[in-house]
Each structure stands twice: as C-alpha cells, then as structure tokens.
Design a binder for this molecule. Structure first.
Ligand SMILES: C[S@@+](CC[C@H](N)C(=O)[O-])C[C@H]1O[C@@H](n2cnc3c(N)ncnc32)[C@H](O)[C@@H]1O
Length: 219
C-alpha cells in the first residue's frame, strides 16, 4: 500500500475511518492506564482523529504522525488553531497547544523523536496496513518507543477472505507475534460489533469483533 493510496483517500474525502466522536473504547479503558496527565502520547497514523482531542482534554500532550498534510491541516483548522511549522528529518512538524503532528512517515521516525512519549494509542493504525507493512510498522515505530511506555491498541478481527482491507483483520496471534518481544500485551475487551457495521455486512462479512489490548513496553 503506497502513500498515494492514502493521499488519494484524503483528497477525495473518502475517510470512512474518521469518527465524529472519541472512540468509546478509548474513553472506557484509558483511565485504567493511570498515566500522569502531562504524559505525552504517541498517536501513530493519526489522521485527524478526535481521539487526540479527548486525550488532550485529559491533560495529555499528543505527538501524532500522519502522511497526509491535508489531514493535519484540517485537524488544526477544525480546532481554530494556527500551528507553528518547522521541518526536521522526521518531517514537517505542526505544533499548537498540546498537539504536535508530524507530516511524515511513521516508519522513519527516529527513537529520539519518541523518547518522551510515555504512552501510545493505536486505533486504525496497525489494522490500516497490509501484512508486509505491519511487519515494518512493528519493527520501527513500535520498537522505537521507550521502555515502560504503555497504552492501548485497538484491532479488528473478521474472516479476511470475506473482504479486502483496509481495514485488515489482525488477530490476537498476530498481535503477539509482532509485538511480544518488546511488549507485554493483555487483551482487556473483545466486543462483537457486526451489527454496528452495515458496510461490512453488505460486503458479506459474517463475523466482526473489535479487540482492545493494554500494552506496556518491556525494559
Ligand atoms: C485508517 S486511517 C486512521 C486514522 C486515525 N488513526 C483514526 O483513527 O482516524 C490511517 C491513516 O494512516 C495514515 N498513514 C498511512 N501510512 C502511514 C505512514 N507510513 N506514516 C504515517 N501515516 C500513515 C493515512 O494517511 C491515514 O490517515
């Protein structure tokens, strides 16, 4: 899946993954992580997610990374914020208030950029990627997060042969296979959401669950 795929999705406004409200599973499970309010949260493949706004309203600072400049501009415009913009090797940083969003490639972020992120939130990021890029993603962005970093990973599971991704099905075995070396992983909720997703039903999908994992980076 090439960057052009995502640029085209943003320029033609085909962003069905974007939600108009924070994810209820984030709201439900984030407090149990018991993070200090000022903790900086890494939000990979951030889009213009309102989950970042919810995190900031909890007092967190947010570091997002997103390929699409359009998405990042829309995020700040929609908040009425005018970001300071500067460029580094990581990409073009847009910063205002609690938010810093880098227009760049999540796989190319150096560990130093992530060093003060004590938390991570992955919704529609791992599952946005085909298997080869999931491998790259786990081996780069996730591996470069600092020790003791903790957070939530939200996935989808469905019979992959019934539909093409994205979003892709990423089951628990794969989550463990990709992340176990570096992360402690606990499944904290598994919910059948097929009835809430008529688009999947229309495509012939017969089973659909969302799964939330609590993750913590090993030392
Ligand atoms: C399915 S969307 C999810 C966005 C967001 N997490 C949400 O919940 O709304 C995936 C996003 O990842 C971005 N993306 C894809 N590959 C990327 C990469 N290598 N680095 C940074 N962003 C990427 C896409 O442009 C797209 O906005």
């Amino acid at each position: 899946m090439q960057p052009e795929f995502w640029h085209e999705r943003w320029s033609s406004h085909r962003i069905g993954f974007h939600r108009d409200a924070p994810l209820p599973l984030l709201v439900k499970h984030w407090p149990a992580l018991d993070l200090a309010p000022t903790t900086r949260v890494f939000v990979p493949l951030s889009g213009k997610s309102l989950d970042m706004v919810w995190l900031a309203e909890r007092g967190h600072r947010v570091l997002g990374v997103e390929l699409s400049e359009l998405a990042v501009r829309q995020f700040f415009d929609e908040r009425g914020l005018v970001p300071d913009v500067h460029t580094t090797a990581a990409g073009t940083h847009h910063a205002a208030g609690p938010y810093e969003l880098i227009v760049g490639d999540a796989f190319a972020l150096h560990a130093s950029v992530l060093a003060d992120c004590a938390a991570v939130y992955d919704r529609a990021a791992l599952i946005a990627l085909p298997p080869d890029l999931r491998h790259t993603y786990a081996a780069t962005a996730w591996r470069r997060l600092p020790a003791a970093c903790r957070g939530l990973l939200v996935t989808l599971e469905y019979p992959q042969p019934q539909k093409n991704g994205p979003p892709f099905s990423v089951d628990a075995d794969e989550v463990h296979a990709r992340l176990d070396t570096d992360w402690r992983i606990d499944e904290i909720e598994r919910r059948d959401i097929l009835a809430d997703e008529p688009g999947f039903v229309a495509e012939g999908v017969t089973a659909l669950s969302t799964v939330v994992y609590r993750v913590e980076r090993r030392s």
